[in-house]
Design a binder for this molecule. Structure first.
Ligand SMILES: Cc1cc2nc3c(=O)[nH]c(=O)nc-3n(C[C@H](O)[C@H](O)[C@H](O)COP(=O)(O)OP(=O)(O)OC[C@H]3O[C@@H](n4cnc5c(N)ncnc54)[C@H](O)[C@@H]3O)c2cc1C
Length: 315
């Protein structure tokens, strides 16, 4: 329906947010104004913050506690109240697509579905080994762990109950540890941009001329995509009521700073063929125009096919 550059006008939420704090600001306003009665979020476990837990929350403080991305497995869809259209769910594109399909199959109105751009979910082992590498696992329990936020993109930060802490940049944590540990199934996923959501959020990176994001710390900025009328109405009203700042942008401006998402869609057919040639079953997708996209970048698609075939023979 429409695409926006956006950020939370509450400075604290913007600061804590993964990018512009937009999902948290929307959730908080939707709850406070009675438009939803609960929202499913993912947050650090209070007892073991290296783990991530999904739950339906009903208070501002729980919504704000769940601000920021958790680059580890967790199941928000499983905590959703699918029979309650007055609830909301934040979830990965795969979770939101499942919930949308479930509501459609039952011919019922779904909860409000909020998603985000997703490059895939890293294994929990990647978090554990990064903690180990940072030297904060000498027996004391952890008191806090966040993947980013507190600035944009913000550092991976871990602290134990004795007050020892360590941090490393997003470039290192995602680029060297978490990104390479993305689960195999995510590499065959056609939707990194929350196609089935009412609203989808991503990083509106500032990028160099090749599209590589500039990771120097700055004030967070999101891209918000309204994919349904319900989503668009929420964005417009939230902007009118001073919850988020928005500026309409061109879809090409988003593609320019999200080269990973563009290439992964364009070359997905290659990875699927490579996987199938190596003897693995692959999902069937309709409506993503994968054949047409692959013909636009044949060399890249062939390279993706060969690489997947080589790796898939070892699975
Ligand atoms: C696994 C993963 C991969 C991502 N890959 C990309 C990418 O390739 N490109 C990109 O632009 N952005 C990506 N993001 C999204 C990005 O980091 C921000 O979440 C998005 O820009 C929204 O920012 P925000 O400040 O508006 O959200 P915030 O206000 O910080 O809110 C984030 C919301 O997401 C929920 N959440 C956090 N982690 C999870 C999780 N694992 N599962 C379900 N819900 C969760 C939180 O509970 C919170 O409600 C990814 C996020 C995750 C979790």
């Amino acid at each position: 329906m429409s695409i926006w550059e956006a950020y939370a006008l509450d400075k604290d939420i913007r600061f804590r947010g993964s990018s512009g704090g937009t999902l948290t600001a929307l959730n908080e306003w939707l709850l406070a104004s009675g438009q939803i009665d609960s929202v499913v979020v993912a947050a650090a476990s209070e007892s073991s913050p290296e783990k991530t837990e999904s739950s339906a929350v009903r208070t501002r403080s729980d919504i704000v506690r769940a601000t920021g991305s958790r680059y580890a497995p967790t199941a928000n869809a499983a905590a959703a109240d699918v029979d309650n259209p007055a609830s909301a769910v934040v979830g990965k594109p795969c979770e939101i697509s499942a919930l949308r399909a479930l509501a459609k199959s039952r011919d019922q109105r779904s909860p409000l579905l909020l998603s985000f751009f997703c490059a895939g979910v890293p294994s929990q082992h990647a978090t554990n080994s990064l903690i180990h590498e940072l030297g904060v696992d000498d027996g004391a329990d952890l008191a806090a762990l966040r993947y980013r936020g507190h600035g944009w993109p913000g550092d991976f930060y871990v602290e134990d109950t004795r007050g020892n802490s360590a941090r490393t940049s997003y470039d290192v944590s995602w680029g060297q540890h978490l990104g390479p540990a993305v689960q195999q199934r995510c590499k065959l996923c056609p939707d990194g941009v929350g196609e089935s959501a009412d609203i989808s959020a991503g990083d509106f990176w500032r990028a160099d001329s090749d599209g590589y994001p500039d990771f120097t710390d700055q004030d967070g900025l999101s891209v918000l995509i309204a994919r349904t009328r319900r989503g668009e109405e929420i964005i417009r009203r939230a902007a009118e009521e001073g919850v988020i700042a928005v500026r309409a942008i061109d879809p090409d401006a988003v593609a320019a700073v999200q080269p990973f998402q563009v290439v992964r869609r364009a070359t997905l057919l290659g990875r699927m063929v490579g996987s199938r040639l190596a003897g693995h079953p692959t999902p069937r997708y309709r409506g993503f125009r994968l054949r047409r996209l692959s013909m636009r970048s044949p060399l890249r698609t062939l390279r993706a096919m060969a690489g997947t075939f080589r790796r898939a023979r070892r699975w």
